[in-house]
Structure formats: C-alpha cells, structure tokens
Design a protein around this ligand. Sequence first.
Ligand SMILES: CC(C)(COP(=O)(O)OP(=O)(O)OC[C@H]1O[C@@H](n2cnc3c(N)ncnc32)[C@H](O)[C@@H]1OP(=O)(O)O)[C@@H](O)C(=O)NCCC(=O)NCCS
Length: 175
Amino acid sequence: MSAYLIVNGLDPYLHSFDYHHQMSDIFFESSTKKDFLNLKEKKAFAWKYLDFYITHYPQYLWVALDGQKVLGYILGMPFTLDSSLYSIQPHLKKFEYLYSDFPAHLHINCHHEARGKGVGGKLIQRFIVQVKDLGLNGVHIMTGAESRNRDFYIKLGFHFEMIQDGVSFMGLNLK
Ligand SMILES: CC(C)(COP(=O)(O)OP(=O)(O)OC[C@H]1O[C@@H](n2cnc3c(N)ncnc32)[C@H](O)[C@@H]1OP(=O)(O)O)[C@@H](O)C(=O)NCCC(=O)NCCS
C-alpha cells in the first residue's frame, strides 16, 4: 500500500470525487447484515450507521485515502445521548447508564484490502484526539460479544467492557 492521507469530512478535497459511494461499498461489505427486503430497508440501514453521521456530524468523519481511493473511514459523535439518534437506534437505551463515563461513540470500517496495515489504528487516533480536546470522559464502541474486532479495540485501549444480550460495550477512558 502506498502512502495515504487522512482527511476530515469537511475537507473540500473529499467532496471533489465520489467518496460516498466507496464508503457505502465498504460499509455494506463490512456489515454482518447482508439481506434486505428491498431498497428502502437497505437505505434505512445505511442511514442508521453511516449517512446519519455524515449528514449531522461531518466534522467527526475521517477518511483514509490513497489518491481518490477510500481505504477506510471512521465516523461518530461526541454525545451519544442525542434524541435524533435514539429514534433510529432504540437499542442504545441498553447501555444508557454508561454514557456519562463514555459519552462519545464511533463506527469504523476499512476496505478489505487495506485491513491489518495500521489504517484503522490511525483513524481511531484522529477521532480520539478530537473528542479528548472537548474534555470528554471517554469514548465507546459496540460490537458483537464474539466478534474478532474486539482484540483491535483492546489493543487501542478500550479496556472497559460490559456484555449484555450478545452485545459488547467497550469503553476507552480519556481522563
Ligand atoms: C477492525 C478494523 C477497523 C481494524 O482496522 P485495521 O486497519 O485492520 O487495524 P490495524 O491494522 O490498525 O490494527 C491495529 C491492531 O489491531 C489488531 N487487529 C486489527 N484487526 C483485528 C481483528 N479483526 N482481530 C484481531 N486483531 C486485530 C492488529 O493486529 C493491530 O495490532 P498491532 O498494532 O499489534 O499489529 C478493520 O480490520 C475492519 O474494517 N474490519 C472489518 C469491519 C469491522 O470489524 N469493523 C468494526 C465494526 S465494530
């Protein structure tokens, strides 16, 4: 893999080509959900975990680029307790009692050819620096309790873990 850049969601360069289509391909390729009843359901799924964030929190989007090829992305928001998010992701209630300690959350995916080469680690660092600057207590992710990517988060400092109904809540303390 040649040298790559990490650009912010507000960077005009990102908007000079079709980065969104590539992000969407990476999102669906990385997702464990593969079957959709129709296009409407597929779009609603992408809205929940991708387009909601790009639309409302573009400043927290970071994209790793090799030229105009998207290698991976991270997106998220500083305060999970946002009613517009709650209405599309009602399962967030499950861990509500932990959001004061770990208010920010993120979603990250890399292109399958770009995995295991440090891109994900670099993307997470960008997001962490950004939310740490806001003085927040911590950041969390949610993944499957049996998912292989748990090791990735543990290596990056997500040492708090709470498992409920097959979902693992992993938190990184920023204080
Ligand atoms: C998980 C993911 C974002 C990690 O990004 P990446 O660029 O592959 O990870 P990095 O190369 O930066 O790896 C950082 C460390 O985590 C480890 N690691 C990465 N992915 C791992 C995995 N799936 N399982 C176990 N360890 C992993 C690496 O060994 C590396 O450790 P090292 O620095 O000691 O070598 C990426 O592999 C991916 O998109 N996977 C598929 C989708 C996914 O699981 N997304 C997260 C949804 S919650």
